[in-house]
Design a protein around this ligand. Structure first.
Ligand code: GLN
Ligand code: ZN
Length: 772
C-alpha cells in the first residue's frame, strides 16, 4: 500500500511566495531572490512529505503563478501578442507578462484571460488556441523540478496536466475548428516531455485528467483513449496514474476502466458511491491499482479514521492489499498549510481547532491511516486513533454548533420572503425618479486600494497596538478621503471603499456567529493572491449589525448616492470552509437570513442602493449538469431571501466576476437584482453577448476596466467597449464600472483609470445628447 499526495500548497506557510513575487514585479527583488524562494518552498514541501513517510511525493505541483500557465509554457502555446517579449525577455518575464499583462516603454500587452478552476476558488489562465496552433516543448519545468528533488535524494512523482484536459480548458481564439482536434499537434510534444521525465529517472507519473469529472463528448473520450493507449505503447515501463478529482467519473467510467494505466485515482470525498460502481463494474478487470482519495483536499475537517479504515478494509478484501493506495482526494493546493501555526485562542478556539486538519496534518493522517490499515498497534498510532474518535464525537454533540433559534427561524420561511414587492419595470421607474442618475451612470464595485498603511492599522489594531477608538478614527478618515476622491473625479454612485475589510468573506465571518477565523489558513486564489476562508462550523446568525456604521457614515458625507456593500450568502458559503454535518442549502439559507437583517438595517439608516456581491455563484455549480437545477434553486432562493426585505425604491445591486453566464443566465435573471455588474473587459465584451441574446431585463454594468492587471485603459478603449455595449443593450440599462473591486490596485493607477472611465461615460452621454 502506497500513500499518494496529489499536490501540495506552494505559496509558503506565511505567503512567502506572494511577498517576494510582488517585490519582484515592483523591481525591488531580484530574479535570483525569487527563484531561490521557489527552491526553498519546493524543498521544504518535499522534505516534509519525505519525513512524514509519504511514498508518492509530487513534483511540478509548484508554480510561480499557475499550473495551467506552466503547461502553456511547457507545451509552447504562446499567443502571438507575446512574440516580441518571447524574443527579448527571459522565460520567467514572458511568463509573468502572460499572467499579468505588461506595460512599459517598450511593451503594451494585455494578460491572458483568467477563469475558475472547476468548482474551486482557484483561478487559472485560459490557454488560447488558433486554428493551426503549433506546439513545441518550450519549457522543461517538469523535468527540472524532478531533477531538483532528485539532487536532494528525493525521487518524486511528476504531476503533468494531460494534453486533453489542457485543450478542453482552453479557448478557440478564432472560428472554424474544434480545439480537441489540436491533439495530434500536441501529442508529439507531450511524448517528448514524458520521454524527458523518464530519461531523468521518473517511474511514476501523475497525469491530471480532471475533465473526466465533467460532461464531455464522445470525441473527447476518443482523444483520451488515444492518448493513454499510445502512452502505454511508447512507455511500457512507466507507471501512469490517471488522476481526476472533484466529482465522479460518471459516464466516463466505462472509458476509464479500459485505459491501460497503472493506477486509477478516485476522489472518494466528492464521490463515495463510485467505489462500489467500480468494484462491481463488469469491465473492472482488477488489473489496476485504485488510489483511494479519502483525505479531503478541499476542506479542513479531520478525516473520520474509523469509517475510512472500514472502507479500506472493504476494498482490500475485494482487490487485494497490493492494489490499494491511500491518497488525498485532490491536490492539497486548496488546503491551508499547517494547523500548528494557529496559536491564537481568540481567533480559533481549541474547541474548534480539535476538529481540523490542514495540509501538514492531512499528510500525517494519510500516513497514520496506512499504518492503521496495516494493523500497526503501536502506542503512537493507537493514540492517534483514539484522539480522532474522541474529537469527532465531541463535534457531533457540541453546543457551539447547534442554535435552536436559527433552526426555528429557517423553518418559518415562506415564498413571500424571497420576492420583492413590485416587478422590476415598476421598481426601475421608482428608482430612476428617486436616484436621478445621468445616463451611463458610473460606479465602482466596492473596494478601493488597500494601501500598506490601511493594512498596517488593521494589523496594529489586532495586535492591540492601536485602540478601537484610534482605529475607528483612521477608518473614518480613509472613508472620507475615498468619498472625496470619488466626488472629485465625478463618479455618480459612490462607495465607502471597504477599507475596514481584510477580505469580503472573512470580514463577515468575523462578525457572524457560527464562524471561526484562522490566522494562517491561507489558500491560493490566483497568482500571488491568497484568501483565508473563514471556518463555518455551526448555525449562523448575526448578533449585531456588521457594516451599517461605516455605510451610514459614508452617506452622511455626501449628497450623492452611496451604495451599501455586502457579500452574498452563496459567496460566503462558497468561500468558507463549510461544516459537513448538514446540507449546504440549509447552511446557505441561514447565512441569507443574517444578510437579510443587514440589508434591511442599511435601508433603515437611509442607503438607497445596496450591493450584495455574489461572485461565487457560478463556481458553486456542480460539475455535472444533472445536479445543476437543485443547486441553482437554493442558491437563487438564498440571494432573494437576503435581498427581498427592502422597499421597491431601494436599488439592489449585485456583482459577479469571471462568470461564464451562458448556461445559467435564466437563473441570473431570476436573482432579480436591479443592477448587475459583471466582468467583461478581458474578453472584450464577449461575455456580454449572453445577456443580449437572452434579452436580460434588468440594468447591467459590463466591466470596462480590467482591474486584475496594473494596466491603465485609455479613454478611447473604454469608449469603444461602451459603444459595443450600447449597440447590444438598451442605453437606459447600461452602467459604467470597473470589472471588479480595486482593492489590489494602487491609488495612482486607480485615479488615472477611473478618470478615464468617467471621461468615457461623459463622452457617451454627450453623444446621446447630440443624437436627440
Ligand atoms: N465588493 C467587492 C470588492 O469590490 C467585490 C469583489 C469581488 O467580487 N471579488 O472588493
Ligand atoms: Zn469581482
Amino acid at each position: 500500500m502506497k500513500t499518494n499526495v496529489l499536490g501540495y500548497p506552494r505559496i509558503g506557510a506565511k505567503r512567502e511566495l506572494k511577498k517576494v513575487s510582488e517585490r519582484y514585479w515592483k523591481g525591488t527583488a531580484t530574479k535570483t531572490e525569487l527563484v531561490e524562494m521557489g527552491k526553498q518552498l519546493k524543498l521544504s514541501n518535499w522534505k516534509l512529505m519525505q519525513n512524514a513517510g509519504i511514498d508518492l511525493i509530487p513534483s511540478n505541483d509548484f508554480s510561480f503563478y499557475d499550473q495551467v500557465l506552466d503547461a502553456t509554457l511547457t507545451y509552447g502555446c504562446i499567443p502571438a501578442r507575446y512574440q516580441k517579449i518571447k524574443e527579448k525577455e527571459s522565460q520567467l518575464d514572458l511568463y509573468f507578462a502572460m499572467a499579468r499583462g505588461l506595460q512599459n516603454n517598450e511593451f503594451d500587452v494585455t494578460a491572458m484571460e483568467m477563469t475558475k478552476w472547476f468548482d474551486t476558488n482557484y483561478h487559472y489562465l485560459v490557454p488560447e488556441f488558433t486554428a493551426n496552433q503549433e506546439f513545441e516543448l518550450f519549457s522543461l519545468k517538469p523535468v527540472h523540478e524532478f531533477k531538483e528533488a532528485l539532487a536532494h535524494n528525493i525521487t518524486t512523482k511528476p504531476v503533468v496536466l494531460s494534453p486533453v484536459t489542457y485543450l478542453l480548458l482552453g479557448k478557440e481564439k478564432e472560428g472554424g475548428f474544434n480545439r480537441i482536434d489540436l491533439l495530434d499537434n500536441l501529442l508529439p510534444v507531450f511524448y517528448k516531455l514524458i520521454e524527458g521525465l523518464v530519461d531523468a529517472g521518473a517511474t511514476y507519473i501523475q497525469i491530471d485528467e480532471p475533465c473526466l469529472a465533467l460532461d464531455i463528448t464522445d470525441k473527447d473520450r476518443e482523444a483520451i483513449k488515444k492518448l493513454y493507449s499510445t502512452l502505454a505503447y511508447k512507455f511500457p515501463e512507466l507507471n501512469v496514474i490517471l488522476t481526476s478529482y472533484f466529482d465522479c467519473y460518471g459516464d466516463n467510467l466505462e472509458t476509464v476502466l479500459q485505459l491501460p494505466v497503472h493506477a486509477l485515482h478516485l476522489d472518494l470525498v466528492r464521490c463515495s458511491l463510485q467505489l462500489d460502481d467500480i468494484l462491481n463494474a463488469t469491465n473492472f478487470k482488477n488489473d489496476k491499482i485504485l488510489s483511494l482519495g479519502i483525505i479531503d483536499g478541499r476542506n479542513i475537517w479531520k478525516t473520520n479514521f474509523e469509517d475510512t479504515i472500514a472502507t479500506i478494509k472493504k476494498v482490500e478484501a475485494q482487490i487485494g492489499k497490493d492494489n490499494v493506495w491511500l491518497a488525498t482526494s485532490c491536490s492539497l493546493l486548496h488546503s491551508p498549510y499547517d494547523l500548528d501555526l494557529e496559536e491564537s485562542e481568540e481567533a480559533l478556539p481549541v474547541s474548534v481547532k480539535q476538529w481540523l486538519a490542514f495540509a501538514k496534518q492531512k499528510v500525517d493522517e494519510l500516513v497514520t491511516l496506512k499504518k492503521l490499515a496495516a494493523g500497526d498497534a503501536s502506542k503512537e498510532v493507537l493514540t492517534k486513533l483514539v484522539d480522532n474518535t474522541r474529537a469527532l464525537k465531541a463535534k457531533k454533540e457540541s453546543s457551539i454548533i447547534h442554535n435552536a433559534a436559527v433552526k426555528a427561524r429557517l423553518s418559518l420561511l415562506t415564498a413571500k420572503d424571497s420576492e420583492r414587492n413590485a416587478e422590476f419595470l415598476s421598481r426601475q421607474k421608482i428608482q430612476k425618479d428617486q436616484l436621478k442618475l445621468p445616463a451611463y451612470p458610473t460606479t465602482t464595485i466596492g473596494s478601493f486600494p488597500q494601501t500598506k498603511e490601511v493594512r498596517s492599522w488593521r494589523s496594529k489594531f489586532k495586535k492591540k497596538e492601536l485602540s478601537l477608538d484610534a482605529y475607528n478614527q483612521l477608518i473614518k478618515q480613509e472613508i472620507e478621503e475615498t468619498i472625496r476622491f470619488q466626488e472629485k473625479i465625478g463618479l455618480d454612485v459612490l462607495v465607502h471603499g471597504e477599507c475596514e475589510r481584510n477580505d469580503m468573506v472573512e470580514y463577515f465571518g468575523e462578525k457572524l456567529e457560527g464562524f471561526a477565523i484562522s490566522n494562517f489558513g491561507w489558500v491560493q486564489s490566483y497568482g500571488s493572491r491568497a484568501v483565508k476562508p473563514p471556518i463555518l462550523f455551526g448555525d449562523v446568525s448575526r448578533p449585531v449589525p456588521m457594516t451599517v456604521k461605516w455605510s451610514d457614515y459614508a452617506q452622511s458625507l455626501s449628497s450623492k448616492v452611496v451604495k451599501g456593500m455586502l457579500t452574498g450568502p452563496v459567496t460566503i458559503l462558497q468561500w468558507s470552509f463549510v461544516r459537513n454535518d448538514q446540507s449546504r442549502s440549509e447552511t446557505c439559507k441561514q447565512i441569507a437570513l443574517a444578510i437579510r437583517d443587514e440589508v434591511n438595517d442599511l435601508e433603515e439608516v437611509g442607503l438607497q442602493a445596496i450591493q450584495v456581491d455574489e461572485p461565487a455563484i457560478r463556481e458553486g455549480l456542480p460539475l455535472r449538469k444533472e445536479h445543476w437545477s437543485a443547486y441553482l434553486s437554493w442558491a437563487v432562493e438564498s440571494f432573494k431571501i437576503a435581498t427581498s426585505g427592502v422597499a421597491d425604491k431601494t436599488q439592489i445591486h449585485t456583482h459577479m466576476c469571471y462568470c461564464e453566464f451562458n448556461d445559467i443566465i435564466q437563473h441570473i435573471a431570476n436573482l432579480d437584482a436591479d443592477v448587475i455588474t459583471i466582468e467583461t473587459s478581458r474578453s472584450k465584451m464577449d461575455l456580454l453577448n449572453v445577456f443580449v441574446d437572452f434579452k436580460y431585463p434588468n440594468e447591467i454594468g459590463p466591466g470596462v476596466y480590467d482591474i486584475h492587471s496594473p494596466r491603465v485603459p485609455e479613454v478611447s478603449e473604454i469608449e469603444e467597449l461602451l459603444q459595443k455595449a450600447s449597440k447590444l443593450l438598451p442605453v437606459d440599462n447600461i452602467w459604467v464600472n470597473p470589472d471588479c473591486g480595486l482593492k489590489t490596485r494602487d491609488w495612482p493607477e486607480t485615479k488615472l483609470a477611473l478618470e478615464n472611465l468617467v471621461q468615457a461615460a461623459k463622452t457617451m452621454r454627450s453623444k446621446l445628447e447630440t443624437a436627440y
